[in-house]
Design a protein around this ligand. Structure first.
Ligand code: CTP
Ligand code: CA
Length: 228
């Protein structure tokens, strides 16, 4: 049976998405990580692809299969993620859903750290590059629409609003990741879309609160907003 062709409202658009956690090496056998599953970013990639976009997904280590028809670049650390994001520009829309580790170990041990009696190895941390802020502040290849996520465990809306200003992005998808919500690693998400009225950088801030949804439904809603 012939089906009518699917509508492809994002045809001709290049969309970049980051997803998953990053792993920051301590030594050859150990790393620092977080509880991100990558599900939300992967769902957005699949929804954008289904809407006809050319999708590049830069993902940290996750337990998920690559979405069909999406170009997936697998990375481990924040610095590798930034490198692959840069290499994917220019794009029309960039969505930063990854839970990037804020810090890495200052100097990665070349050999496995050994236990020595009576003393523990101090881990000196240094800050990772902020991928979202770096791309938002580009002067040459800044994507026309840059979307960040704000993972918060308290003061969700206020923290997300100040992130919007600090990072220089256009929209923030704020989500409550306190342990009781089960968002980290779970299948559902409660999000608030924070944007500037009329897309102007000085415009009034709008907060659009969505009901609890599956991560796939959040992805579909977000892509619907992109189309609009
Ligand atoms: N982000 C990023 N690179 C980083 C840290 C964060 O690209 N090194 C992006 C995330 O992908 C997300 C947004 O910035 O889109 C906000 O991440 P979040 O961890 O909530 O904000 P931080 O600025 O790191 O602040 P904090 O963790 O202290 O809340
Ligand atoms: Ca962070």
């Amino acid at each position: 049976l012939l089906r009518p062709p699917m509508p492809r409202p994002l045809a001709g658009k290049r969309v970049l998405i980051t997803a998953g956690p990053t792993h920051e090496p301590i030594d050859p056998v150990r790393y620092i990580a977080n509880r991100s599953s990558g599900k939300q970013g992967f769902a957005i990639a699949a929804a954008a692809q289904a809407a006809g976009a050319e999708v590049i997904l830069v993902s940290g280590p996750v337990d998920l299969g690559d979405p069909q028809g999406v170009t997936v670049k697998h990375v481990e650390s924040a610095r590798q993620m930034l490198e692959q994001v840069r290499a994917s520009l220019p794009v029309d829309i960039a969505i930063f859903a990854a839970a990037v580790a804020d810090w890495r170990v200052a100097s990665e041990g070349e050999q496995k750290l050994k236990k020595t009696a009576g003393s523990m190895p101090p881990l000196q941390l240094v800050e990772n590059p902020d991928i979202l802020a770096t791309i938002s502040k580009l002067t040459d290849q800044r994507p026309p629409l840059v979307i960040g996520f704000a993972a918060e465990t308290e003061h969700l809306i206020d923290n997300a609003k100040s992130k919007l200003a600090r990072k220089g992005c256009d929209w923030i998808v704020a989500n409550d990741v306190s342990p009781a919500t089960g968002v980290m690693g779970g299948d559902r998400n409660t999000v608030h879309l924070i944007s500037r009225k009329n897309g102007e950088s000085t415009g009034e801030i709008e907060v659009d609160s969505w009901p609890v949804m599956t991560k796939e439904q959040v992805a579909t809603q977000l892509v619907a907003r992109l189309v609009k």
